[in-house]
Design a protein around this ligand. Structure first.
Ligand code: N2P
Length: 343
């Protein structure tokens, strides 16, 4: 009798994972931000299936998360968006005991004001936004400052990211204003300045913009350093210039959504991404810097010393992160819509 009950129990235990269904998670990440092999290896090792989707701006991600409610488990917002989402109660407090590889992170990237104590977020990749230029069309030596983009020789030649915060950040740098200003007079001044730039703007795009540079659709513009890295691999004439007024500095961070259906699986993936060899592979493949000190140590010297990925000393200190702007975001959005509508 005893034996039969045990056998029945063992059978039930064996069936349980099957009847409970496949372990899975839904990961919503920036486009061109992860080599596919990483998720394949994760699934092979853990049996956790990853449903992967991508976005090209914080605002697109945020809108979808708000709209869908429970659609995703794991997202990768930038600094200011982590701040906003945690204040709005949209993020899940992390369980550090499920993240044994957290200690690989460089403390310089931790405990920042957008998420004190990293209660909700784990740095994923960081980088700079600089000037991209096709050296076959324009001499990079003649394009060293953001302010140069206003010159008439760039008429209809420029690419700007489809990213309100990035574009206004750049305009504030040109005007010498605080890059995170919430002063309506500053925001209006930035809008007026950007309106003068519009004749030079060929298009706004943040989805695989390297292709636009490689095909010659655009000759110059604002560019994320990893995009410049990917573009230069195909077309060495594409150069990355750190603008004289200073770089835009950013960091994107893994965060689990408050109403995630698979928080344990999401923690498992975060921890997997924190493994030194995994973080090294990601950084090398996408051309952005990893905040993972153990991974940086594994990078081949050619990548570790590439100034596009790892800015020379002095550059980072001059850059600032975007912070949450609170109510002022409404005014930015209004001017952004007008700008894109040509008003
Ligand atoms: C690359 C995404 C870069 C993110 N497609 C910039 N915050």
């Amino acid at each position: 009798m005893m034996r039969r009950r045990l056998a029945a129990f063992a059978f039930a235990a064996f069936l349980a994972p099957l009847s409970a269904g496949q372990r899975e998670l839904r990961f919503f990440n920036w486009s061109d931000y992860l080599p596919p092999a990483v998720l394949e290896n994760f699934t092979r090792e853990t049996g956790i299936q990853v449903h992967y989707a991508t976005y090209d701006s914080n605002e697109a991600m945020y809108a979808k998360v708000k709209l869908l409610g429970g659609g995703y488990d794991l997202v990768v917002p930038s600094t200011y968006m982590i701040d906003r989402m945690r204040k709005q109660g949209l993020l899940y407090p992390l369980d550090r005991s499920l993240l044994p590889h957290f200690g690989n992170l460089d403390p310089r990237h931790l405990d920042r004001p957008f998420d004190p104590g990293n209660r909700y977020s784990v740095p994923y990749l960081w980088g700079t936004t600089g000037i991209g230029v096709n050296a076959e069309r324009f001499d990079p030596a003649s394009l060293q400052a953001w302010a140069d983009l206003w010159q008439p020789r760039f008429r209809r030649a420029l690419l700007l990211p489809n990213d309100m915060r990035e574009v206004f950040h750049m305009a504030m740098l040109v005007l010498g204003l605080p890059v995170n200003s919430t002063d309506p007079a500053h925001i209006e001044a930035a809008y007026r300045k950007l309106r003068e730039l519009m004749p030079n703007v060929r298009l706004f795009s943040s989805d695989a913009p390297q292709i636009l540079f490689i095909t010659g659709e655009v000759d110059a513009g604002m560019i994320w350093n990893g995009v410049a890295y990917l573009a230069a691999r195909e077309a060495p004439a594409i150069r990355f210039v750190q603008a004289a007024e200073g770089p835009l500095l950013w960091m994107d961070n893994l965060a689990i959504l408050k109403n995630a259906e698979n928080p344990n699986e999401a923690h498992a993936l975060i921890d997997y991404l924190l493994r030194p060899e995994v973080a090294r592979l990601i950084s090398e493949s996408v051309g952005y810097a990893t905040p993972n000190a153990a991974a940086v140590a594994l990078l081949p010297p050619a990548v570790r010393n590439d100034p596009v990925i790892h800015p020379p000393p002095g550059i980072i200190e001059r850059g600032e992160y975007q912070v949450d702007l609170g109510e002022a975001i409404g005014l930015y959005t209004e001017y952004w819509e007008r700008l894109k509508a040509g008003q």
